[in-house]
Design a protein around this ligand. Sequence first.
Ligand SMILES: [Zn+2]
Ligand SMILES: [Zn+2]
Length: 398
Amino acid sequence: MTDPTASGRALPGPLPAAALPARIEAVFLDVGGVFILPNHQEMMAALAAAGFIIERGRLDEAHYRGIAAWDVAGTGPDVPGDMTGDRWAEYTRAYLRAAGVADADLPAAIVASEVAFRSPTLWSRRIEDSVAALPAVVATGLPVVIVSNADGRVEELLRETGICQVGPGPLPSVAAVVDSTVVGIEKPHPGIFGIALEAVGVEPGQAVHVGDSDRADVAGARAAGVHPVHFDPFGLCPTGDHAHVGVRYDQPMNYELFMGAALAEARAAVAAGERPHGAAAVLGQALIASGHDEVVEKDDPTAHAVVVTLREAASRLGTRSLSGMTIFATVEPCAMCIGAMLEADCDALVYAMANPVAGAAGSVVQLANHPALPRRLDIISGILRADAADLVEGAEVR
Ligand SMILES: [Zn+2]
Ligand SMILES: [Zn+2]
């Protein structure tokens, strides 16, 4: 693995310390922009009919540019039915501009694009990285609820595009689909998140909502007390006051996001009178499990954050091998924890601060890359080091 700051695009912003709850009990997911996009064929055909030849490669980013414009357009009250009119006109303008239409041609291109935007089959381009990541989210055992501003048919659309279904079946199973037209409330109204929370019996502070709109998803979730995660694969969002993720396997992992989850665990450990050590297990781009030291609580000298997290991840996935897993730890793990990671077949370790007393990833001994051992771990260090160090110093002072 390479230095995350040296490759790929810059992360949109640092993850704020309290961005994620210590315990996530439910995951809410948006649909448009997260699982599906306008399909290229219909959009290109509609524009070609008016003489506009569009580059296919620009159309995915065009959606996120459109949503970013939609986010800041209009000043009307946030009530059902207010998501038409000038806001969508701004979406379309930004979308077409990003697709390469010159400003002078915008009026004609907007008219031409209406054929595509009105088509019931336009939203059918699957975001394959998100679709591929969903089974891992479902495998965590956390209830997943779809929360979408849609036309009343989003549950059907998700089934037809092979993304998920409510209840048992051949596709990844979600607990509920909340479609704004069906329930009569649209994001960003907090009421729509209230319906999702009620569907799974979870408190707002224990739920995370992932969506592509700063206004509908981030602000809406926050108004409902749900933790927002902004799905922003092109790094367009200028604000750093909320968490960001772009689920694309070809892009670098969002190290700050997942270290934030481990730090939240470390804070919970401090509150429980344990050492300030937290950990998180990540597969692909999905948070599978997290945990913190439970040595005092369980009277178990082996209940270190990493061991607790490995056990939880294996149990949630129903497997003994954690091959492909990246473990995030706030403090460089000890020999026992590195040994457990090697035995579990983990791929990589990301830690925030070194441990000069017991660190087994190079500080005291190098167990993670020992030439005589059959397994090795890729190591990245220093992600959110200052936050982890603050916790350790705070714990020493107390
Ligand atoms: Zn954002
Ligand atoms: Zn340990």
